[in-house]
Design a protein around this ligand. Sequence first.
Ligand SMILES: Cc1ncc(COP(=O)(O)O)c(C=O)c1O
Length: 410
Amino acid sequence: MNRDQIAELEKHVLIPTYDRLPILAVRGEGCYIYDEAGKKYLDFLGGLAVNALGYNHPEIMAALRDGSETLLHVSNLLYHPYQAPLAEKLTRLSGMDRAFFANSGTEAVDGAIKLVRAWGRKQAAPGPFERFEVLALENSFHGRTFGALSATWPKKYREPFEPLPPGVRFVRSNDPEHLRQSFTPNVAAVLLEVIQGEGGVNELGANFLKTAAELCHTHGALLICDEIQCGVGRTGRFFAFTKFDLQPDIVLVAKPLAAGLPLAAILAREEVAQAFSPGMHGTTFGGGPLQCRLALKVLEILGSPGFLPRVSEVGAYFRQELEKLRADLPVIQEVRGDGLMVAAELAVPGKVVVRQALEAGLLLNCTQEKVLRFLPPLIIEKQHVDEAIGILRPVLAALEPAAAMKGVNA
Ligand SMILES: Cc1ncc(COP(=O)(O)O)c(C=O)c1O
């Protein structure tokens, strides 16, 4: 079936949750996706931060082939050789003590909220249990299942499904005073993304993060870093939070962890992790042998000499080239990001840019209506940045008249 036939069939058989771009992806290689006609697209979306090693990475493919021929799945009722070494590696890298493996980001967030409740209850005096509140931030995105959804800021995601589980309150991002005022004895945790991804690639300020850490420490509450989008090498560091003076109690990872297979992890400090006992939490697929094996390989590659410094270097080059574009084209209002988590905020809606760039062979994303978001594979090189900029320049230049009408060139 060709793209149009697939699109027509999907119209009738899928529950309509996705608004797809007009590409039938049939193959990937390195930083490129190919459609059924063989047209290639430079992928600066990276499967929404999943394809950190691009497509068809030889070492990943070798591990995948070998793993698929030996042990695809066993239940969590048995040991297998890969879960413990992966837990050991992730905890060492994050400074945490223990890991629980889930399948997706939202599950990791839901599991963390359960862990917070179990931890709070364990500490509470007998009687009514009230210390289960989680403070989340405005503009946050933590997922779509009920627990994670209750901590996800945009109303459009939450409202159709209310009532949601109680216990989450939202605090203004980067407003230390509001955070301070919001702390009550019932607050058990603060949940945040050091760089808010869906929220528009907004890095939280050092002062705000310091205040969050201090307040958690003073009140004996837990600090949870959701590194599902910004973690696992994306910023040129294994974890984005290590840029700041932060010691989280729980760290959440997912997206790129198993190179495209579903895998997430809740990483927790010892005392927090001990709030769960056998039977309190679990999953059929989480932490399966093939996923864990691939994740070990991903971490090995990210940890190889020079890999992460190169992510920082290429990321800085990308932002510099976008800044040059901004100097010529005022339709770009701001360039921001860290490593290869990059955004260009426009003065006008970005949907048309996504469509036109795609036609010209570049895949990117727009979030928050006007924010072009780039999450390319971490293996891109400067030549890929040049190629992307070469495609973006005429597309954005064509928007200048619309921007001028809005007065941004004045
Ligand atoms: C920061 C963050 N947390 C959680 C999630 C949810 O992850 P998933 O889509 O794997 O459920 C996302 C997804 O974009 C995310 O960016």
